[in-house]
Design a protein around this ligand. Structure first.
Ligand code: FE2
Ligand code: FE2
Length: 334
């Protein structure tokens, strides 16, 4: 893993925070598996910070994108900013904890090499992620409305097919008058990212040994779900849209029975003969673990094509895969 000791604004841990954590924790109780879990989560949070930072810049300072998001839900711009702040705080806390137990914090700054989108509002700086060619899995929408569960190999239909599209106002998007289509796709991406985070934390929790590390996962994980719920609720403002290039978004405002089914429908859980239960799903390693999460992000196009122009270096993918494998391999010992 490319872990460096220099720190950026996004990764710096305040000395006070480190000292406060070190006062209360017992480093000897943190196992190698716990550290592997924390390292992967730190990387995931830095990646989240990077993508939410890009969304926040454009939501705030690109007038067309700002208006398009507000047409869906006037609160969306605020949610995007708050989410960015939260992800940054997650990365900082996990890295502060790693430092407090004598481990190197995770630093991905060497991989901030992807270009910013060439649009008003976007700062010109290197990024970990790109939002210009995304394939967004929207099957979570139907998954949370049925009794099936990916942990039982159930499959779910997409509510919208979003394939190889920008979710930000690229020059081409603006030229073709498709900023609203980009905002619609982004609104689904917002919730998609956060539901994945909720499942990821739930999948890693049973592998944790240290109670201090468990407290971190049990407190940050539900915050991802909190984000998911807010962005999920925002989709009640999705109006029908046909972009002319294949994107067809149904009018969720006129389908209130579907749109307002906002809480998780009870589903299969743990064992087939148990009663259906309203829960986060999936939570198994195969469908929700670190490797599944990393694979999902890679396949969505969030890092571009490996080694291609505008894509992350093979070293980045190797580092993320190694972190994910180590996290999934952790086992609780006590
Ligand atoms: Fe987070
Ligand atoms: Fe998140």
């Amino acid at each position: 893993m490319h872990v460096m000791t220099t720190s950026s604004a996004a990764t710096a841990a305040s000395p006070t925070l480190v000292a406060q954590i070190a006062d209360r924790i017992d480093p000897r109780s943190v196992t190698a598996g716990d550290k592997a879990i924390l390292r992967f989560l730190a990387a995931a949070e830095l990646i989240e910070d990077d993508l939410w930072q890009q969304y926040a810049e454009l939501a705030n300072d690109n007038p067309e994108f700002n208006a398009a998001l507000r047409r869906i839900d006037p609160a969306l711009v605020r949610y995007v900013n708050d989410d960015r702040d939260d992800e940054r705080s997650h990365a900082q806390l996990i890295n502060a904890f790693l430092a407090a137990i004598g481990e190197a914090p995770v630093n991905l700054d060497a991989f901030r090499t992807l270009p910013s989108v060439d649009a008003q509002g976007a700062a010109r700086e290197g990024r970990l992620t790109t939002l210009t060619n995304l394939t967004v899995d929207t099957s979570w929408y139907t998954r949370y409305r049925g009794a099936g569960n990916p942990d039982f190999d159930d499959a779910f239909a997409q509510i919208v097919t979003i394939t190889n599209r920008p979710t930000v106002p690229t020059p081409d998007v603006s030229k073709r008058g498709q900023v609203q289509a980009a905002a619609h796709a982004a609104a689904f991406h917002f919730a998609a990212i956060e539901q994945g985070g909720g499942s990821l934390y739930a999948s890693l929790m049973p592998k944790v040994t240290s109670l201090d590390v468990l407290r971190i996962l049990a407190s940050i994980g539900p915050t991802e779900v909190y984000h998911f719920a807010a962005f999920h609720k925002s989709l009640e403002g999705i109006f029908g849209l046909t972009a002319g290039d294949g994107l067809v978004v149904p009018d969720l405002r006129n389908n209130r029975a579907l749109a307002e089914a906002i809480f998780p429908e009870p589903c299969r859980f743990l064992r087939n003969d148990f009663p259906l239960c309203s829960v986060i799903r999936p939570i198994g390693t195969a469908a929700a673990g670190a490797q599944a999460a990393a694979t999902g992000l890679v396949q969505s196009g969030l890092f571009g094509q490996p080694g291609q122009p505008g894509g992350q270096s093979p070293a980045f993918f190797d580092a993320v895969v190694a972190l994910a494998q180590a996290a999934d391999a952790a086992t609780r010992s006590c």
